[in-house]
Ligand binder design. Structure first.
Ligand SMILES: [Zn+2]
Length: 243
């Protein structure tokens, strides 16, 4: 009899959680576990107000990953624009850092309908040497302009526009894209415009550049037209003034 009694006493002493308070706590924990398992205690869904980090492509470590990132953003904006007007957008290809040739290779970015946007090594080197820490902001304009030629090719494949008109139109499309990208929180327009102006000044020192693309002041007029409107229709050749 004593052994049994001792056992009961020990049990009572070694399990203090079995008093009334302990039972309620254990019941609450059990209820919580049941709710979690039943999916009733899920955290609330995230709202859509999470801010987008500004200019994410500029944090990329090198020109290759930067250009690939920016190309995605360019394509996303233009794809949305084309869809909004019932059009169909196809992405432009991108080539970054082409092999140097005996004469140094191309010294400027360019676009070809078949092969897309090209950022040759010699051009990238020149941009980094001239613009240092804002080189990739400059390249943002460069890619927006070359993508503007792609948009031009898709919208007006057999245009009779002059070289000057085509270049001004690409600048205008670059402005349209920048406006949309800024509205999405991915671009600081003032920083973009300042870097663009600096690159236009640099390019104007090339002998044939002003004859084909216009001087920096003319080019900014076309860019600003797109920046203000955010509407590709305002870049139609008949809508732009030259000279
Ligand atoms: Zn061009």
């Amino acid at each position: 009899m004593e052994i049994v009694k001792t056992g009961r006493n020990r049990a009572r002493t070694s399990l203090p959680a079995c008093d009334a308070t302990g039972v309620r706590a254990a019941a609450a924990i059990l209820l919580l576990m049941v709710l979690v398992l039943a999916g009733c205690a899920r955290p609330p869904p995230r709202t859509a107000t999470t801010p987008k980090p500004p200019v994410p492509c500029l944090s990329q470590p090198d020109d290759g990953t930067f250009a690939a990132c920016l190309n995605t953003e360019l394509n996303q904006i233009w794809d949305r624009e084309f869809r909004a007007t019932g059009g169909r957008y196809t992405e432009a290809r991108l080539t970054v850092g082409e092999e140097r040739t005996e004469d140094g290779g191309p010294d400027r970015a360019f676009y070809r309908p078949r092969s897309g946007v090209h950022l040759p090594t010699r051009y990238l080197d020149a941009v980094h040497n001239a613009h240092g820490p804002v080189a990739q902001v400059v390249l943002t304009f460069t890619m927006a302009h070359e993508s503007g030629h792609h948009v031009q090719f898709l919208l007006h494949p057999r245009t009779g526009a002059t070289v000057n008109e085509r270049e001004a139109q690409a600048d205008c499309y670059a402005g349209v894209w920048a406006r949309k990208e800024a509205e999405a929180g991915g671009l600081d327009i003032e920083r973009f415009r300042a870097a663009t102006n600096a690159e236009m000044d640099r390019l104007s020192t090339y002998p044939d550049e002003t004859a084909t693309h216009g001087g920096p002041d003319q080019r900014l007029v076309s860019l600003d037209k797109g920046l203000r409107s955010g509407n590709p229709a305002t870049c139609d050749v008949g809508q732009l003034t030259w000279g």
